[in-house]
Each structure stands twice: as structure tokens, then as C-alpha cells.
Design a protein around this ligand. Structure first.
Ligand SMILES: Cc1ncc(COP(=O)(O)O)c(C=O)c1O
Length: 465
């Protein structure tokens, strides 16, 4: 269906609304780049992910081949999204669904599958791929033992890449009027990158197909070594992509470059896509977009056209990458992505926002104030301007040498003022201002001094994360 015809007429059922997802330009995360980058927004599919595209084709192929008969059961090992794609199609065709799913997957995904009427069996993530408790192995066993049941087999079923060859690839070609020069995606089953890659290379062999891979997956390493290096995978947090063995549906030959990305970079980019572009996506989309921006930077050509893939909706990860607590527990929130306002918010409720002195305050009063509030330095404020600072160590050393100073005004003894930063500034930038000679910064919100951040505040905050 052409995009200009989309939604103008009623559909016979929800399955007809799958595909022809919008291609949307990234405008903010790409700041400073000359190469245009677009995202194919697969979260517009009714089940919220790219995997809606393969549910019906897999079922229809099994029906054509006589393997799936009315009242039958569809079994699959799925990280969630394929389950939803299958469950939507199965609901409309009257099939039962049983899904096995590794325990690292989010609760939202499990609940979603159950909402569609599927039965879900949770399996341990930390078992080798050939272990009987591995989610794929378990699905295989259930399908073999149950009468009138098929294994959807997304990792080996050619209907999976074929669906992308027939839909996603042609859509991208048409949406970019054949101007696409780079397609960036990531392989879970490899269905997307294989199907789209094959189609685009047939149209124009110069189009570069670039894959992103989570650090810990073996796929990137396998591609880089041409299959000669055998390595074990390691756990990672991004869901839906990467593998610990090469799936049958992944054709490594269509891939021109494979890049490994950390969980942190993937999640940070996913959060940026949401906050800066209004594109609410999961971690795999963040990972691919991270690679797409690298590629755009390297290509540095306004006539190139980089397409990245926005695989699924961020709603599936509200308790994970969109939870600051979860990000912190997993050491995934970097100091430079913490705003100074976050640190102020984390300070004890009973701490006064700013303890300060006026220029005319005496040194004695200033020392008393520091003692009372248990602080080691004070800003000297004239109205809302910081004109100087006094520190307990410097002032008390001088007052001991000359006790008359106790009755002098602080303006006579003060040191340089503290720098003033905006509360929206990143913690990383502020840390650089906290030097040996400068123990604190003042924080301004809407033209008012709203707080103070000291070296010990930052240390305390970082220790608590
Ligand atoms: C969130 C997410 N992103 C990306 C992919 C990768 O798609 P493919 O299996 O076509 O390689 C998947 C696959 O499960 C996924 O769930």
C-alpha cells in the first residue's frame, strides 16, 4: 500500500495495517552532521515492532505447506516482539500460541504476550545455546512433542528474510526515491538485514549495508574474522539483537561492515532519540542509531542518505532503560548524562539550598555560619551576584595569624567568586570546574541562584549511584 493511500479507506482487519511505516528524518541527535539520517519507524506497526512483518508470512507459509491446520498451535522461542507479531496473526486465524522466552526479557513483554492470549514459558538466559533449557531448544522440543503444532522457527525460517525482501526493502527504496546510500540495522535473527540488504543490493550494489552488534554478541566478531574465530558470547542488556550462535536466517554476505556497540552507548542513544527527536524506541534502535551517526560523520556528504532502523517501541522498556534506577543499578548512567539539577534533587531534603554571606558580614559571623551548617566554604552574594567566596581553611588560618581579622568584613578577605552554572548543565562539565582552588559552583535556575554544588556533593552523589 502506498503511503499517500494509507488510512484513507477502512481496512478489513488489523493485519492490513502492518508495514509502510514512516521514514522520519533525525534532526537533533544529528546536529553538526552534514549527511542526512532517517529512521524507519517500525514501532508504528500495530504490535509496536518490526516483527509484525513476519508473523503472518510465517503462518501463511506453514498453512500452504499443510503443516498448520485449523485449531493448531504455534510455538516459538522469542525475545518478545516476534511473539507479538505471531500472536496478532494467530489471534485472527484462530491458532493457539506457546512462547518460550529468556528471563532477561522485560516484564512488559511477558505481560503483552499474555494479553494477546499466548502462553509464556520463561527460561534461564545464562545457559549455553545447546542446553535443553535454552529458550530455542525448549520451543523446539514442545513443537516436536505436541500434535498439530509448528515451530515458527524465526531463526531458520526463510519466510522471515523473505518478508523483509518483499516489504521493508521496497518501501525503503520507494521512500528514498532510490537515493538511499547506507542502510544500518542489527541482526537478531538477521531477517531484516538479510532481506532488506538483498533487495537494496539488487537495486543498487553500491548501497552499503552496515550492521551494529551489542558487545557480548558473537556476530560482529564472526563477520570480522570471516567465520574463522570461535568465541563465546558474554551477557549484555540490549534486547532482541545479537546472538551467541549464527542464525540460519542471517546472510553475512550482504553485510559490508559490522560494528560493536556497548549497552551504555545503545541506551544513551535510545533515550536521546526519545527526548530529542520524540521517537520513543527500545535499546536496539539506540544501538543502530549510534552506528548510523558514526557512519554519517565518516561519510560527511550531504548527498548521501543514511537510513537507520527504529525496531520497536520504548514502552516495552519502561522498567529498564527508561528507568533511571535500573540504569544506575547497572552502571549505565554516565555522569555526563546526569544534569546538575539531578544532583541538587538528590541532596538531603533538610539541606538549605544555599548558605551565603553578604559582603559586609564579618569573618566571625561567616565562620559561625560555616560551623552551624557544617560546610567548608561560603559564597559571598551581593543581591544575586556571586562577588567572592570564603573558605574555612583559608579564613581560619589568616584569623589565627591576626585575630583582628575576625571583625573585618568578608569582602576584605574573600577569594575569587565561585563559577555559576545553569541547572540544565551536565554533571560532567561541572566536574571539570571543581578544582583544587575552586571547591564549589553555584547553580542558577531561571535567573536565580538555586543551589550550590561542592566537590564533596559530587563525590557523595557518584558513590551513591
Ligand atoms: C527489538 C528488536 N530489534 C531488532 C531485532 C532484529 O530483527 P531481526 O530478527 O530481523 O534481525 C529484533 C528481533 O527480535 C528485536 O526484537
Amino acid at each position: 500500500m502506498r503511503p499517500d493511500q494509507r488510512n484513507r479507506l477502512p481496512y478489513d482487519d488489523v493485519l492490513q495495517t502492518i508495514g509502510w511505516t514512516p521514514l522520519i528524518r533525525l534532526n537533533r541527535v544529528t546536529r553538526g552532521l552534514v549527511t542526512p539520517v532517517y529512521g524507519k519507524a517500525e514501532f508504528f506497526n500495530p504490535g509496536g515492532s518490526v516483527k509484525d512483518r513476519i508473523g503472518l508470512p510465517i503462518i501463511e507459509r506453514a498453512e500452504r505447506e499443510g503443516k498448520l491446520k485449523p485449531g493448531g498451535t504455534i510455538v516459538e522461542g522469542t525475545s518478545g516482539n516476534t511473539g507479538i507479531g505471531l500472536a496478532i496473526a494467530a489471534a485472527l486465524r484462530g491458532y493457539r500460541c506457546i512462547f518460550t522466552m529468556p528471563d532477561k526479557m522485560s516484564q512488559e513483554k511477558v505481560r503483552l504476550l499474555k494479553a494477546f492470549g499466548a502462553e509464556v514459558i520463561i527460561t534461564p538466559t545464562a545457559v549455553p545455546p545447546d542446553h535443553p533449557d535454552n529458550y530455542v531448544m525448549m520451543a523446539r522440543r514442545i513443537a516436536a512433542e505436541m500434535p498439530n503444532a509448528i515451530l515458527a522457527n524465526q531463526f531458520y525460517n526463510d519466510a522471515n528474510p523473505q518478508a523483509h525482501y518483499e516489504t521493508t526493502g521496497p518501501e525503503l527504496w520507494e521512500q528514498t526515491a532510490g537515493r538511499i546510500t547506507h542502510f544500518v540495522a542489527s541482526a537478531g535473527t538477521g531477517g531484516t538485514i538479510t532481506g532488506v540488504g538483498r533487495y537494496l543490493k539488487e537495486k543498487n550494489p553500491a548501497i552499503r549495508i552496515i550492521a551494529g552488534d551489542p558487545a557480548g554478541s558473537i556476530l560482529g566478531e564472526y563477520w570480522r574474522s570471516d567465520g574463522s574465530i570461535k568465541i563465546d558470547g558474554a551477557p549484555y542488556k540490549v534486547e532482541g539483537i545479537g546472538q551467541d550462535k549464527v542464525p540460519g536466517t542471517l546472510d553475512m554476505h550482504v553485510i559490508d561492515d559490522y560494528r560493536t556497540v556497548s549497552d551504555r552507548d545503545a541506551f544513551v542513544m535510545a533515550r536521546r532519540l526519545t527526548r530529542e527527536e520524540g521517537l520513543f524506541v527500545g535499546g536496539s534502535s539506540g544501538l543502530i542509531a549510534h552506528v548510523a551517526l558514526q557512519v554519517a560523520r565518516e561519510v560527511n556528504d550531504p548527498h548521501a542518505l543514511v537510513v537507520t532502523f527504529l525496531c520497536d517501541t520504548g514502552e516495552r522498556y519502561l522498567s529498564k532503560l527508561y528507568s533511571d534506577e535500573w540504569m544506575r543499578e547497572n552502571q549505565l548512567l554516565e555522569p555526563d548524562h546526569v544534569r546538575i539539577a539531578d544532583l541538587l534533587g538528590a541532596k538531603a531534603d533538610d539541606a538549605p539550598a544555599v548558605v551565603s554571606v553578604a559582603p559586609t558580614t564579618t569573618v566571625r559571623q561567616a565562620l559561625r555560619l560555616m560551623n552551624l551548617h557544617d560546610v567548608s566554604q561560603l559564597p559571598v552574594l551581593d543581591a544575586d551576584n556571586c562577588i567572592g567566596s570564603v573558605s574555612e581553611s583559608a579564613v581560619s588560618a589568616r584569623a589565627l595569624e591576626n585575630t583582628k581579622l575576625l571583625d573585618a568584613a568578608v569582602s576584605d578577605v574573600m577569594d575569587a567568586p565561585f563559577p555559576v552554572v545553569e541547572s540544565s548543565q551536565s554533571l560532567d562539565g561541572v566536574v571539570k570546574l571543581l578544582t583544587k582552588t575552586n571547591p564549589a559552583v553555584l547553580v542558577r535556575t531561571r535567573d536565580r541562584i538555586a543551589g550550590i554544588v561542592t566537590r564533596s556533593d559530587v563525590l557523595h552523589f557518584l558513590m551513591m549511584r
